[in-house]
Design a protein around this ligand. Sequence first.
Ligand code: PSV
Ligand code: MN
Ligand code: MN
Length: 386
Amino acid sequence: MTTDIKATLRAQRIETPSWAYGNSGTRFKVFAQKGVPRDPYEKLADAAQVHAHTGAAPTVALHIPWDAVDDYADLARHAREHGVAIGAINSNVFQDDDYMLGSVTNPDPRVRRKALGHLLECVDVMDATGSDTLKLWFSDGLNYPGQDDLRARQDRLAEALSAVYERLGDGQRFLLEYKLFEPAFYATDVPDWGTAYAHCLRLGPKAQVVVDTGHHAPGTNIEFIVAFLLREGRLGGFDFNSRFYADDDLMVGAADPFQLFRIMHEVVRGGGLDPRTGVAFMLDQCHNIEPKIPGQIRSVMNVQEATAKALLVDAAALRAAQDAGDVLGANAVLMDAYNTDVRPLLAELREESGLDPDPMAAYARSGYSDKIAAERVGGTQAGWGA
Ligand code: PSV
Ligand code: MN
Ligand code: MN
């Protein structure tokens, strides 16, 4: 059994986001850290460190225009030289004065055209970099009842999504992200998985839903959403992070490792670890006060640990207990797996792959952090904050 588990864990890929490597913060303060990347090329070099020490993070998501360059094919070549590849392309239609009242749902057709133009340009970036995934998050919404027509905004959203869908090439897809609130507080145009799912369903199989773990009301049963979307073949992937209050973007598995385990249990149950299902395990995090590269390494390890525990669930025993209506027995099967210390298993797996069993320690010893602190002056901001 361990052999199968190890093979599955070895095949799991976790994507890191370019914005995790830059300076970030809250609206109160962005704390500058030493050695942060000055451009997208250096972000990719840092992401390559995470992959070098974990062996599990071979792709890096870009955010356009935060990662805008003149030559995207050259950026992709640079990534390959560092042993990584470009992952999802994240669009940005939320940081322009024109988007104050929305982007693709804006009442002004000129602004809608501008937003759509950006989304289509992001598909050009996919073509140039070899990325197969476009991630769409819209900050569109309303602060006040009556501010705009809720229903008309859905029509405008559908129109834009359809145009993007038509532009996708073979082997390309888009992932539609939902978010309960913020920056809009009264109504959000894609507030929940049901809205995202309904839009995707109309368009076709290249439109899928992405579940950002930080984008739900407290107490939401996220694993149910995962189970449902996987069952319908519409779970495109995850934006993993942790939240204590809202969209906190803290390290995945930090606030509620049990929730992450429950999510991964449904992923395993639904066959989502099979690469053919196309479920992307992405991190969407910022490291405001902790060092960034180790923060990403720790996050990758947290996902691996939750996945290993989910794979340890004795599926036959669970089914037998469920079929027998054995409530406590079924719950105990899950808890036995969750309470297993999988760190030795993962350390063994890394050693078998020629990696250091302790990626955090290996990175600390590598001297990379001192090297970039000495070499890089004036690193960039991730795109958030002041
Ligand atoms: C904003 O909430 C957000 O965190 C979304 O989750 C996006 O995925 C991310 O920003 C990057 O655009
Ligand atoms: Mn996200
Ligand atoms: Mn978010």
